[in-house]
Design a protein around this ligand. Structure first.
Ligand code: NAD
Ligand code: DAU
Length: 356
């Protein structure tokens, strides 16, 4: 079996659902259920004995050691993290705790377990750490896209904490020989994306008749990848990646934020037109920029294509259409995640952002 951490979050839950749709190999899913973790994402697995959900923290070494020793997983895929840049600006400490201390404790517990494995199991074992393109910093308009050898220049507390975790994973390979793999991916979008992030926030605000807050001039560039393509890339790296290597994962879909927002508005105009016949783009509202906002990310994903034959299956046009359709069909899921704590974040953060 495999052990997945953070498997009740956005990417982790897509990964677990896709894994169990394709393979019979069981999954232990360790998640501490922060505001971003949602067991409703996994509702279709109720009664499926290939899925064992464990409510707990990656930093709890006794819990993790117990899980490893009793279930003997052949691999760990570490998704667990605090993941929202804006929250890291408001309150960095949770990011330091989970992304740095948590990853360190997880690595150290895994190292003890791995050291005690028999020869074959020991060499087959893998620790795959899921990371982000944000660790590389920000690009100028004409810079080439990030390759795996780009220097680390993280600019937000979030990206700094992910960079630190990447360094720890690298160190556990070089120092102790732990068979690690790392992936650094661009912006994901798709089902179960928590509506604090750009695309789902735009969909839910548009439908609620609320302003669509675009930071600064809206010309920041991101590379967008459909979440199920990211999950497929992780499966490839896990199966065939070279130990100790880093693989950049991206969608070859670099776009300015304002274009993303207008695309979402256009799809909603088509699929769920406003009652007054006006376009959803009328709700676009430019607000104060994110402090230290990275201007441009771009991923060169040619290594994973060359070595492992992976490339995205979805274009942005097909992926964003599926995403908008998913939110329209799953509005109950959205309503359920918009709890009191969610509303408090939105009210506080955007009250500050609208003061320009
Ligand atoms: P998310 O915030 O939606 O989910 C994170 C999950 O981790 C939640 O279920 C949460 O409960 C859990 N978690 C948090 N702290 C934990 C802890 N201490 N112990 C156990 N579980 C804990 O995040 P996501 O968007 O699904 O991102 C998953 C991973 O992928 C993260 O490591 C993130 O840095 C990375 N990543 C995300 C993107 C993206 O666009 N979302 C892109 C590249 C990389
Ligand atoms: O690049 C990978 C990263 O992508 C992941 O590592 C992070 O976990 C993930 O959250 C994401 O980070 P971003 O900061 O790029 O994503 P977010 O959806 O928060 O913002 C995308 C862009 O849209 C960014 O330039 C900020 C802008 N934005 C965001 C929000 C929430 C707005 O203009 N308005 C908004 O209300």
């Amino acid at each position: 079996m495999i052990l997945v951490t953070g498997g009740a979050g956005f990417i982790g839950s897509n990964f677990v659902l896709d894994w169990l749709a394709d393979f019979d190999e069981p999954v232990i899913n360790l998640d501490s259920l922060t505001y971003a973790g949602n067991r409703e994402n996994l509702i279709s697995l109720i009664g499926d004995d290939r899925h064992l959900f464990v409510h707990g923290d990656i930093a709890d070494q006794a819990l993790v050691a117990g899980l490893l020793n009793s279930h003997q997983p052949r691999a760990i895929i570490n998704f667990a993290a605090e993941s929202h840049v804006d929250r890291s600006i408001h309150g960095p400490e949770a990011f330091i705790q989970t992304n740095i201390v948590g990853t360190f404790r997880l690595l150290d517990t895994v190292r003890s377990y791995w050291a005690g494995l028999e020869c074959d199991a020991k060499s087959a074992f893998r620790f795959l750490h899921v990371s982000t393109d944000e660790v590389y910093g920000s690009l100028a308009p004409s810079d080439p896209a990030f390759t795996e050898s780009h220097c680390y220049e993280p600019n937000s507390p979030y990206s700094a904490s992910k960079a630190a975790s990447d360094h720890l994973v690298r160190a556990y390979y070089h120092t102790y020989g732990l068979p690690v793999l790392r992936t650094n991916c661009s912006n994901n979008y798709g089902p179960y994306h928590f509506p604090e992030k750009l695309i789902p926030l735009m969909i839910v605000n548009a439908l609620a008749g609320k302003p669509l807050p675009v930071y600064g001039d809206g010309m920041q560039m991101r590379d967008w990848l459909y979440v199920k393509d990211h999950c497929g890339a992780i499966r490839e790296v896990l199966a065939h990646g070279r130990v100790g290597e880093v693989y950049n994962v991206g969608g070859w879909n670099e776009k300015p934020n304002i274009e993303i927002v207008k695309t979402v508005c256009g799809l909603l105009d088509e699929l769920r037109p406003r009652d007054d016949g006006k376009p959803y783009s009328a709700q676009i509202n430019y607000v104060k920029d994110r402090p230290g906002h990275d201007r441009r990310y771009a991923i060169d994903a040619s290594k994973i294509q060359r070595e492992l034959g992976w490339k995205p299956a979805e274009t942005f046009d097909t992926g964003i259409r599926k995403t908008v359709q998913w939110y329209l069909a799953n509005f109950e899921w959205v309503a359920n995640v918009q709890s009191g704590a969610y509303r408090k974040w939105i009210d506080t953060h955007y009250a500050e952002a609208s003061i320009t």
